[in-house]
Design a protein. Structure first.
Lengths: 853, 233
């Protein structure tokens, strides 16, 4: 009953002060909303366990984001010794070596898009993963309908089977139950749908494009035919995730696996050759907790999310300080009422309970509105950072932990900002308070209020400086010289292999595509390439100059390469700086040629004229394969290596397939590279209906040739910075919030100052103070608090800048713009916020003020 | 020195207008010690506020040493008051955060006077009011009488031609009140024109002229023959 009465009093009291209540709720909603939105992401990405049985028993062999197919020593492993990606042969070896695993499953490292067709429907582009037969049983996941894979499904003799995700079944096949046991065509190969995975199961990692289906590892040769890598012992493309027996000593298991890895490496002649033997003793595996799944997204977003969580906490602190200020002002004005109740016999506990009830009710109301802000904020963030998400397993809807988090911070906030006013009210002398403020012009409660404004100002400077640093970083990233022209360019992705094309049919297809698209109105040029610049794909290989020996393992001989048609460089606006580009004379029967960029020439033919020089890929016996006929100006093919330097790149013509590879892997790569996946269209001026125009033209060429992705080149380029853009925009938003909250706080304090000191101002004016001098007095008081805040905030901003260093690009952590701009912004906002009460103070009529006194 | 003619002041009270001063005409000569009396709501303080130029809402004519203040705008009136008028309040209105010396310095700080000159003036007035020993004390450390002495010292530190006092002894006990009134007498005898508002008949005896107000009208304006001289108690 007492609680009900306290709640009733609290609600009545809040209803009687709608302005105060609204201000507090909005301030809290922003603070709690910002925190909860970020926490939703942190919870959804960093803290979440896979929706599988007993995730604590899961361990991943490896802890690095190595992707997607690595030959020999994985790229990072040659540097760090950390082996995180495995071939099928090595998987089998480790599985046999470690009976400590109840089950050890393998899953594909990269995420591929497949062409999937059912019956006579048009083909769809869906994401699918190759997984071992024990994948579902390792994770402890059962089928929603039908059955999951068994070991027998993952054998060379097994009938090709597929398990659909629940989301894909619902989204792509409208939940049609007849799909079970029916045939669907994946890359034009028939598979039987044997089961539907349970709702909510999104695979072994959090990603914006979780798999729509899973197929057994042994169907890889069935799909890829000659390009299969399943039986390539040194082609690493699998992540390993296992469930250990209860009580297993994980450290001992890790050592055992490392020994097994080295034994396997030593047993492989190609791994031992060319200095590999010296690298093997450094090779090791790390056994990492697998309950959260493969942590690639977590590794990519972790730093940014943790920083955002810290920054949003600062916003909440500023909001709390604001509200504490408002509560202090309110308590002071209610002091007489509290004193009266004390005089009438109310105990301290009773008064404390009432004040705390009111503040907790307020904070819970703020928390509720904050949840709405958080939901909207989280949706916006997800759309911003994962614009291409399909069936994403991160929901903006508040989950139980998120609701708990919001409730917890609401209550903590309520107690925090309720405690100070309650404490102050105990120090009110009832007699004095009842007498009112008729004589005094002193206001003791303004000290904690001023301290809170100083605190807000200091935090605001930190947030603003952070926001400026991140904004500059994003600007620098986006405005860096990529070396390509993006205006009026569009990139379409498609999969001729998935549409059933074989290598012999490709030249005719490419010719038709060129003819059809070039004939479209407004098209300036059309280019086909295995992949397009800055789309995130990267093919790289070891380059060996003619006559050079095989490079040692770990030696940097890498170059990015791509296969392109004759219009490629023109279409992306990259000029030839020496020699010539590809021409129609570079045919299947003419000498094998290549174009290289300036970085390639500098790296492999330093101080030489590269024109006419020859090089090859991977092995010395092929080192004379291609003749360099031209050098093109550097441009950034991808941002995987560094934003700073352009990586060496060589281009090979779409018409020339090197037929002399004896090595299966190289021959397979060569064949695979003939299947282009990207088309770049350069318009004189982009027409308004690009999407329909392109898709219809593709459909006109072949209805099975579906466009999996179509976007402007500039959009594709911008997609490289989605995370940086998110961090930058949110940091900017938090900085702005901090600025507004601190200004509102200062406004509140100065308004309160003016209201409380109306008498003093009246006296001063009666004694001759002019109105400008009153404005000056109020402004001086306000800016003095800001100044103290700056003195504390600027060193803090420097330190935070230092902590953010890893997220910055071409910006110093002590960037002068940030260090000068943040205080300047704060001072301008503070001056504007303080000027309103200052003007009000100056308009006080001394006669009325004295009468009030 | 002061010529008030047809001064009127009213306040809006809902749809009606409440008059607090009605056609007030008054001449105050240099050296006068005028006492304004009357029941509550008669318009005493309103008249004092008009004289102090703290109020802008009146109508009529106000000449001060033949300066037509009724033609002045708000800023000009404030500048004029700063130079020529001092004010003493019933509840002292000292600033609690300032020391005695700083409170006295306050009106000087709003004039363009060099710091050294201000310090000299404050030191003189402290000496004259025998408060030098208390110059660093805060108002809360003084008795009510001492606080009002500081209030008077603050009002006269810039040597105003006109000193206005609104119930200057209203918050003091009788002995302290007499001391304050004695101080007014001394100032008056030194040439300061004084206008006080009071309810106290005995305080009125310190002046040489009595004006009585009722419902905003002057109903009595007469000289008082037996002014209590400074030093006689």
């Amino acid at each position: 009953m007492t609680l009900v009465r306290d709640l009733r009093y609290a609600l009545r009291s809040l209803r009687n002060s709608p302005g105060f209540t609204l201000t507090v709720i909005v301030t809290l909603a922003l603070g709690i909303g910002a925190n909860t939105a970020i926490f939703t992401l942190v919870n959804g990405i960093l803290l979440r366990s896979l929706p599988v049985a007993d995730p604590a028993q899961l361990y991943r062999i490896g802890d690095e984001n190595q992707c997607c197919v690595d030959g020999g020593f994985p790229q990072d492993a040659s540097q760090t010794g950390d082996f995180s990606i495995f071939s099928f042969d090595l998987y089998q070896h480790l599985k046999q070596s470690a009976p400590e695993f109840e089950e050890l499953a393998a899953t594909q490292a990269g995420q591929w898009t497949w062409s999937v067709r059912r019956g006579s429907d048009l083909a769809k582009s869906l994401h699918g993963d190759f997984v071992s037969g024990n994948y579902f049983s390792t994770l402890g996941v059962n089928a929603y309908a039908g059955r999951i894979f068994s070991d027998s499904d993952d054998s060379p003799a097994a009938a090709p089977a597929v398990v659909l995700s629940y989301a894909a079944w619902q989204g792509e096949y409208a939940g049609d139950p007849s799909i079970l046991d029916s045939i669907i065509y994946i890359q034009a190969k028939p598979f039987t749908v044997i089961g539907i995975a349970p709702p909510g199961f999104f695979g072994d990692r959090i990603t914006d494009t979780p798999p729509d289906f899973w197929i057994p590892l042994h169907t890889e040769p069935y799909i890829e035919a000659g390009d299969a890598i399943l039986n390539e012992p040194e082609s690493h493309w699998l992540y390993l995730l296992g469930r250990v027996h209860a009580g297993t000593n994980v450290l001992a298991l890790e050592s055992k696996l490392t020994v097994a890895l080295r034994q396997w490496l030593l047993s492989r002649p190609d791994m031992v050759a060319n200095g590999g033997a010296a690298l093997i003793p450094r090779m090791h595996v790390v056994l990492s907790p697998g309950g959260g799944g493969i942590q690639n997204l977590q590794d990519e977003t972790g730093k940014g999310l943790r920083m955002l969580m810290a920054l949003s906490t600062l916003v909440l602190l500023i909001a709390c300080a604001n509200i504490a200020n408002l509560m202090l002002a309110r308590t002071t004005t209610r002091r007489a009422g509290i004193a009266l109740r004390t005089a009438l016999g109310a105990g301290r506990r009773r008064i404390l309970r009432e004040i705390l009830t009111e503040s907790i009710v307020l904070s819970c109301l703020g928390g509720l509105v904050g949840l709405i802000v958080a939901y909207a904020g989280c949706r916006t963030i997800l759309a911003l950072v994962f614009p291409d998400a399909r069936h994403m397993p991160i929901s903006a809807s508040p989950s139980l932990p998120v609701l708990g988090f919001a409730l917890l911070i609401s209550v903590i906030t309520g107690v925090l900002f309720g405690a100070a006013p309650a404490w102050l009210s105990f120090h009110a002398q009832p007699a004095e308070a009842l007498k009112g403020a008729s004589r005094t012009t002193r206001d003791r409660s303004s000290l904690p209020q001023k301290a809170l404004v100083v605190f807000q100002a200091a935090l605001s400077v930190v947030l603003l400086a952070g926001a400026i640093l991140m904004t500059k970083t994003l600007t620098n990233l986006e405005s860096q010289n990529f070396g390509v022209v993006t205006a009026n360019r569009y990139v379409a992705h498609f999969d001729p292999q998935g549409a059933g094309y074989t290598i012999d049919k490709l030249p005719a297809l490419y010719r038709e595509m060129q003819d059809r698209f070039s004939a479209l109105p407004g098209v300036a040029s059309v280019s086909l390439a295995t992949y397009s610049p800055l789309e995130g794909d990267n093919w790289s290989d070891c380059v060996i100059q003619q006559g050079h020996p095989a490079p040692q393992h770990g030696q940097d001989c890498d170059s990015t390469w791509d296969r392109v048609d004759t219009h490629f460089l023109d279409t992306i606006g990259v000029p030839i700086v020496r020699g010539r580009g590809f021409t129609e004379q570079d045919t299947a029967t003419s000498p094998e040629v290549a174009l290289v960029n300036e970085a390639f020439a500098k790296k492999f033919f330093s101080n030489q004229d590269p024109i006419g020089k020859r090089f090859g890929q991977a092995m010395p016996e092929y080192s004379g394969s291609f003749e360099i006929v031209g050098v093109f100006r550097d441009f950034k093919m991808n941002l995987q290596y560094s934003h700073e330097n352009v990586h060496p790149v060589f281009l090979r013509p779409l018409t020339q397939q090197y037929m002399d590879y004896k090595d299966q892997g190289l021959a397979r790569g060569e064949t695979r590279s003939m299947f282009v996946n990207a088309m770049i269209l350069n318009f004189h001026a982009a027409p308004p209906n690009v999407d329909a125009l392109v898709r219809n033209t593709f459909a006109g060429i072949d209805p099975n040739l579906t466009v999996s992705d179509l976007r402007s080149f500039s959009n594709q380029l911008a997609g490289n910075f989605n995370q940086e853009r998110l961090v930058s925009r949110l940091t900017g938003l938090f900085g702005l919030l901090a600025l507004v909250l601190a200004s509102v706080g200062l406004y509140g304090v100065m308004s309160y100052f003016v209201a409380r000191r109306t008498g003093e101002i009246g006296i001063r004016m009666a004694l001759g103070a002019t109105r400008p001098s009153v404005v000056n007095m109020v402004m001086r008081g306000a800016l003095w608090q800001i100044l103290v805040g700056l003195v504390l905030g600027i060193p803090a901003a420097l330190y935070v800048g230092y902590l953010m260093k890893v997220l910055l690009y071409n910006v110093d952590s002590y960037d002068p713009t940030a260090l000068a701009g943040a205080p300047l912004l704060l001072v301008i906002f503070a001056a504007a916020a303080a000027f309103i009460p200052a003007r009000r103070a100056a308009s006080i009529e001394p006669m009325q003020a004295l009468r009030t006194e | 020195m002061i010529e008030l003619s047809n001064i009127e002041r009213s306040y809006k009270a809902g749809h009606t207008e409440e008059w607090v001063l009605r056609r007030v005409g008054l001449t105050i000569r240099r050296g006068d010690f005028v006492t304004i009396m009357g029941p509550s709501g008669a318009g005493k303080s309103s008249l004092l506020n008009v004289l102090a130029l703290l109020d802008d809402g009146w109508q009529g004519e106000y000449q001060f040493d033949e300066v037509p203040l009724h033609d002045y705008n708000r800023k000009q009136r404030a500048d004029f008051a700063r130079q020529r008028i001092g004010m003493v309040f019933q509840s002292y209105h000292l600033l609690d955060d300032l020391t005695v010396a700083e409170n006295i310095d306050l009106p000087l700080s709003y004039k363009d006077l060099p710091v050294r000159v201000r310090q000299g003036l404050v030191a003189d007035i402290l000496d004259r009011f025998q408060m030098t020993a208390k110059k660093d004390l805060f108002p809360s450390q003084l008795s009510g009488g001492q606080q009002q002495l500081v209030g008077i010292a603050r009002a006269v530190v810039h040597a105003p031609a006109l000193l206005l006092a609104d119930e200057p002894t209203g918050n003091l006990h009788s002995t302290q009140g007499q001391e304050i009134m004695q101080m007014f007498c001394e100032l008056n005898q030194e040439g300061t024109t004084i206008v006080q508002v009071t309810h106290s008949e005995s305080n009125a005896q310190y002046g040489n002229r009595l004006i009585e107000l009722r419902d905003g009208w002057i109903v009595r304006d007469e000289s008082i023959a037996g002014q209590i001289a400074a030093g006689t108690r």
